[in-house]
Design a protein around this ligand. Structure first.
Ligand SMILES: [Zn+2]
Ligand SMILES: [Zn+2]
Length: 237
């Protein structure tokens, strides 16, 4: 979720209605106050709860054309097709296409008052467009999805290991670390490691990778858990 004084935007909703409401409540957000919901792609951990939340509270929903094809054009009462840079309230939203095995997956860079926040999950490799899009950030939430060794030796069936570890799957800790190292600038204040696999990763390994990526700089680092997410952070203050 991304919020200013007057605008609150939710990114994805992979939970059932009750759980989504409980999570909003934990962050003190009234669902009726949501200005919009962005859907990154159609996978169920991102899109399954959109319909219930959006339609019960009359929230506009924004997704790429491909994502709408997959989740259904008539799923939501107020639907918008993302087609380049746009704004929701006073937040500017820049969509960035990512390599992931979905129809037309996007991730986003948000700008408000000159401050820039990037959110980046669900990508199997680091494309030029990603590097170009996620520049000059004040804060970044990025997936440290799995550890290469743990995925290899873990319980997933072979096809799933290839999917997750492939170029259109998810970033492993090393890839995420090199991405962060590549786009780091002096203005970066906070990095949140998100979309961490409970089966194929360990917090200690994510911390080590973050340490490598941040090269000893004084940057706030947070690790999002699947059960609790993380609390509000201030961007660029
Ligand atoms: Zn996902
Ligand atoms: Zn996905």
């Amino acid at each position: 979720m991304v919020a200013t004084d007057s605008t609150t935007v939710l990114v994805d909703c992979g939970f059932g209605y009750k759980e989504a409401i409980a999570r909003l409540k934990r962050l003190n957000v009234d669902p009726d106050s949501l200005s919009g919901i962005l859907v990154t792609h159609e996978h169920s951990d991102h899109a399954s709860g959109i319909e219930g939340l959006a339609n019960r509270h009359n929230i506009p929903v924004y997704a790429s054309r491909g994502t709408w094809i997959e989740i259904g054009h008539d799923l939501c009462n107020h639907s918008h097709v993302i087609n380049g840079l746009f704004s929701i309230g006073d937040i500017e939203v820049r969509p960035v296409p990512v390599p992931h095995d979905a129809r037309e997956p996007l991730q986003f860079v948000f700008t408000y008052n000159g401050r820039r926040l990037g959110i980046l999950s669900d990508l199997g490799s680091i494309s030029g467009r990603v590097l170009q899009g996620f520049q000059e950030l004040d804060a970044l939430s990025v997936e440290f999805n799995h550890d290469r060794e743990l995925l290899k030796s873990g319980p997933y069936p072979g096809f799933l290991k290839s999917r997750v570890g492939g170029d259109f799957g998810h970033l492993n800790n090393d890839q995420a670390a090199s991405l962060v190292a590549e786009i780091i600038t002096d203005r970066l204040k906070t990095v949140v490691a998100c979309h961490i696999s409970e089966t194929n990763n360990e917090v200690a390994r994510v911390e080590q990778a973050l340490e490598r990526a941040l090269q000893g700089r004084n940057i706030e680092r947070l690790i999002a858990s699947q059960s609790d997410g993380f609390n509000w952070i201030s961007v660029g203050i």
